[in-house]
Every structure is written in structure tokens, then in C-alpha cells.
Design a protein around this ligand. Structure first.
Ligand code: FES
Length: 314
């Protein structure tokens, strides 16, 4: 039984990246687009191995991978040098991530899982909102550029940003950005960062740097959110500063305002107040829709967000 993966064609994409089409052994599990195949070979007596994302699959089971030359005498370089037969070690890998809002951060050839996801989007992720952030040295180093940009322009649920680390742009114009991706730049292009499920694809060095950057960007978003929740509650002629974590009832009691309460858990309705301005975060309460429409809130279940004004209900 053969276990040979045979390269049947190759097509250059950029100066370092080519597409390679493989016939896989007839027996065994066949990989899906987005999964990885692993192959190995002997090079100067040493076994070398390579794992690549499947970006296309034909009905006959043959698959396509994109491989970057490394110049480190590994399997990638054997492929680029024209070797045809490799030991097929099998396929693995989780199916592509699934979340209503995803952020994919890809470095260099790490674009291939994002490409696989885009190619699967219509069939498997029609409602997903994808934001793909690519980091490459120059545009000439970005494989599949026209396909990526077509997706960016034609599907409003797909956004692509490209950071060019070694190119000089005459002007900054989205989706192209000059320089390295950093936490400030990420927050600027991805204001809903906190809502997205983030996935990183690229070298170990790239992944480590991006993980640290994501932590920094997320911490900054949290600080900003905390800041925006702070404010002042205007009630009974007083201005009560708050941190966006305390209920209206507790704040008014601390300020010694004559607020009434009994149950303190949103059941009795004693602490009803009228919200005149601003916004509160409400927990479950007994209020009817008509109360809510009139701006009535329960002080024991309402946490002010920013500046808020309330009046006591007669
Ligand atoms: S004290 Fe009872 S609902 Fe607030």
C-alpha cells in the first residue's frame, strides 16, 4: 500500500511562495480545506518534515498547499527544488474556527488558514464577520493578493487590513498600512476588538509578539471601558461621583439622600426612581414595559454608566 504524496504541479505565487498540487494515497482519511497535511522526506540522511494548510481540494481528492521557501534545507526547499515524492504522514488539525465575529492575525505565509476560511465562508460561515489582519514585508510578498482584495471589496462582512513592514507608502490608505502592527494600530482598525474571537497564524516569533500585543490592546480597551463607565449621579440636588460598579441605591444611601428601599433585590418596587438623563445597566427587575418606557428604574438594580440624572418618584 503506497503512502506517497506526489507533487503533480507547482505554480509560483510570489518570489518565495508557490502553490503545490498533491495526489495523496488512495487509502486513509482525506483532508478538508483548512486542515493540515504532514509530509516527510530524507535530506542528506536526515528526516525532515513539513505541515501545510490545505487551501483547495479537487473532487478526485488531490489537494493544494502554499509553501514558502525557507533556505534552511528543509522540506519546503526540497519542494521548491522540484522533488516530487514525499512520505505522507496524514492529516490533522481542528476544523477552522467558528464564531460570529472573528479576528485573524496572520504573518507572512500564515495567510493560508485565513484564505482557507475565506474560501469556505459562503458554504460554512455565511453570517460570520471576519476581520483579517495581514503582516508582510512588501505587497510583492503577499500571495493571493487579488483574491483577498476581491473578498474585502465584495463582502461587507469581510474586512482585510495589510501591514507592510518594509514598504514605503506615499500615503497611508486603508486597507494598506506602513509599518509594524502594534497595539495602538490594532485598536484603531478594530474598535470592536473585545467582541471578537482572535486567532493567530504565523511563525512562532510572530505568534508570540502578536499574543503580547493582543494582551496589551485588550488591557487598554478594558481601561477605556472602565473610564467610560465612571461619572456623576445627579440626584436630590447633589452630584455623586461613581465608578460604574455601584448601584444607584447604594450611591444615594452613601450620600444620605432620602431614598426608600425594602427588599434590595428588585422584587418589591419600593426604590423606583425616574431616570432623567444618562444610561444605567439594569439587572432583572419587576418593572413593566410601560414603566421602562417612562424611564422608571429600580435603584437597587441599576448601575449608572457615565453621567446620570435621577429624580425621586412621588
Ligand atoms: S428595594 Fe425592593 S425593588 Fe428595590
Amino acid at each position: 500500500m503506497t503512502t506517497i504524496a506526489r507533487c503533480i504541479a507547482s505554480i509560483p505565487q510570489t518570489r518565495d511562495v508557490s502553490l503545490f498540487h498533491f495526489e495523496l494515497p488512495a487509502s486513509g482519511r482525506k483532508p478538508e480545506v483548512g486542515q493540515h497535511i504532514t509530509m516527510s522526506s530524507l535530506y542528506q540522511g536526515e528526516r525532515c518534515e513539513g505541515t501545510y494548510t490545505v487551501i483547495d481540494k479537487k473532487p478526485d481528492g488531490s489537494v493544494t498547499v502554499a509553501v514558502k521557501k525557507t533556505n534552511r534545507n528543509g522540506l519546503a526547499d526540497l519542494l521548491h527544488a522540484g522533488a516530487r515524492d514525499f512520505q505522507y504522514e496524514g492529516c490533522a488539525g481542528l476544523p477552522l474556527p467558528r464564531h460570529p465575529k472573528m479576528l485573524l492575525l496572520c504573518g507572512g505565509i500564515g495567510v493560508t488558514p485565513a484564505l482557507a476560511l475565506l474560501r469556505n465562508k459562503r458554504a460554512q460561515y455565511p453570517d460570520s464577520d471576519l476581520h483579517i489582519v495581514l503582516s508582510v514585508e512588501t505587497l510583492a510578498d503577499l500571495p493571493f493578493l487579488s483574491e483577498l482584495m476581491q473578498c474585502h471589496l465584495q463582502d461587507e462582512r469581510i474586512r482585510i487590513d495589510v501591514f507592510l513592514t518594509r514598504a514605503t507608502l506615499r500615503r497611508q490608505q486603508a486597507p494598506y498600512h506602513q509599518g509594524r502592527l502594534n497595539a495602538d494600530a490594532l485598536r484603531a482598525i478594530c474598535p470592536d476588538l473585545a467582541d471578537r474571537s482572535a486567532h493567530i497564524y504565523g511563525s512562532a516569533v510572530f505568534s508570540q509578539a502578536v499574543r503580547a500585543m493582543l494582551r496589551e490592546a485588550s488591557a487598554a480597551v478594558e481601561r477605556e471601558e472602565e473610564q467610560s463607565q465612571r461619572g456623576v449621579v445627579s440626584a436630590g440636588g447633589q452630584g455623586i461621583p461613581h465608578n460604574g460598579q455601584t448601584t444607584l441605591l447604594e450611591l444615594m444611601e452613601e450620600a444620605r439622600l432620602p431614598v426608600k428601599s425594602r427588599c434590595r433585590i428588585g422584587v418589591c418596587g419600593t426604590c423606583r426612581v425616574q431616570l432623567r438623563a444618562g444610561r444605567v445597566k439594569e439587572e432583572d427587575s419587576i418593572l413593566s414595559q410601560s414603566d421602562r418606557d417612562q424611564g422608571i428604574v429600580l435603584a437597587c438594580c441599576s448601575i449608572p454608566q457615565g453621567d446620570v440624572a435621577v429624580e425621586f418618584v412621588a
